[in-house]
Design a protein around this ligand. Structure first.
Ligand SMILES: [Zn+2]
Length: 379
């Protein structure tokens, strides 16, 4: 009953969005019916649990973009071998549909490479993209294009990108592609992956303005290593990159696109137990969510999913009784119980055709199955 209600609601939204934007709708290939899932934008707030979102709601001057969602589910995050997952196993569950061991990048618990949704869709002719506010070789984005038994294999992960059907990336990590020094052993090599990728059709840009003019496959390094945190001046590149990335993916093909976006540093604020770091990164990620929702509302055939790989820090939002006898939320009550990840379930928000599949309580790897089902590729 509940599911039917969600379905009716999301379908109604999709149809009304179609009606209000006939120009964009007319760009759809003629064989794509309105209200079917053609594009997926999967957005991962690393370390973003319900208390992180609640803290941002309390702090932010207006409603969070995430409050626009009508369909909400809960994801059980444990990995195949551990009760508390890391980002590699978490992202591999989303990308391949299998739970694996912590540290695994695109491989199952026996170390076997598993095709990722990005590879599957890319090989079927969809345009594919990745955006992250960490190095693009970090666990979450890497798990969509690389197959390595350890997330620490940055050298090999970068080389794996060359083999993937990837049309666009935006993130840090130029140092893993040229002037390379292997972080595992300090050895340098002569391999220049940027030149190698240029030979195989990639171009590299240094701004969104350049990206708007670029044709073909394109990479945009935001930094040599990790991009700065918001509090140290990164600016709003993450939300601003969303519309540009979407238009680029759409210019590649009419077939459809898959875009994964990670707000990478919410997790790092949690590890450092710095609430301002968490909230500033979460609000930046939320702005990006708003851009994706704006597009999906206008387009009508785009499924947007926002979730997390795990909660980080065991954040609590405790209150204290005030003089009026009412218990209030206090900034001093924002305490972390841990410097690591926790096993708390994390929310899943969904909008667009297929969003009704994401209501309920389920394991993180089922998000992969639900995306495949939404695209009618589960048979
Ligand atoms: Zn973490």
């Amino acid at each position: 009953m509940m599911i039917k209600k969600f379905f009716t609601f999301s379908l109604a939204l999709s149809l009304s969005a179609c009606g209000s934007d006939s120009a964009k709708q007319s760009q759809l290939p003629s064989d794509v019916a309105p209200g079917t899932t053609q594009n997926i934008i999967l957005m991962v707030g690393d370390g973003m649990g319900l208390t992180q979102i609640s803290a941002a709601i309390e702090e932010h001057s207006r409603k969070l973009e995430m409050e626009r969602f009508q369909v909400v589910g809960l994801s059980k995050t444990r990995s195949a071998k551990e009760q508390i997952t890391d980002s590699a196993a978490g992202a591999t569950a989303f990308s391949t549909g299998v739970k694996t061991y912590n540290g695994a990048i695109g491989v199952d618990q026996h170390g076997r490479a598993r095709e990722t949704i990005l590879e599957l869709l890319g090989n079927k002719g969809y345009a594919t993209g990745l955006i992250a506010t960490s190095v693009i070789t970090h666990a979450t984005p890497a798990s969509f294009y690389a197959h390595e038994d350890s997330r620490q294999n940055y050298y090999q992960i970068a080389a794996d990108m060359k083999k993937a059907p990837l049309d666009l990336f935006i993130g840090g990590g130029r140092k893993h592609f040229e002037n390379r020094t292997d972080p595992n052993n300090g050895k340098t090599d002569d391999r220049n992956l940027i030149e190698e990728m240029q030979t195989s059709g990639f171009s590299f840009v240094n701004s969104l303005a350049e990206l708007r003019k670029a044709k073909g496959k394109v990479g945009y390094f935001l930094a040599d290593g990790h991009p700065d945190p918001i509090l140290k001046g990164r600016g709003d590149i993450l939300p601003r990159s969303i519309p540009t990335a979407i238009s680029h993916l759409r210019s590649r093909t009419e077939r459809g696109f898959f875009l994964m976006v990670e707000g990478s540093q919410i997790d790092w604020g949690g590890h450092e137990n710095k609430i301002d770091y968490v909230i500033s990164e979460l609000i930046d990620f939320d702005e990006a969510v708003g851009k994706a929702l704006d597009y999906a509302e206008a387009n009508g055939n785009t499924l947007v999913i926002v979730t997390a790989d795990h909660e980080t820090g065991g954040l609590t939002l405790a209150g204290e009784p005030g003089e009026d006898g009412k218990t209030s939320y206090t900034k001093a009550g924002r305490q972390f119980a841990s410097h690591g990840h926790t096993s708390a379930m994390v929310p899943v928000f969904a909008y667009g055709p297929g969003s009704e599949l994401f209501a309920g309580v389920y394991d993180n790897n089922e998000i992969h199955a639900k995306m495949m089902q939404a695209l009618a590729l589960d048979k």
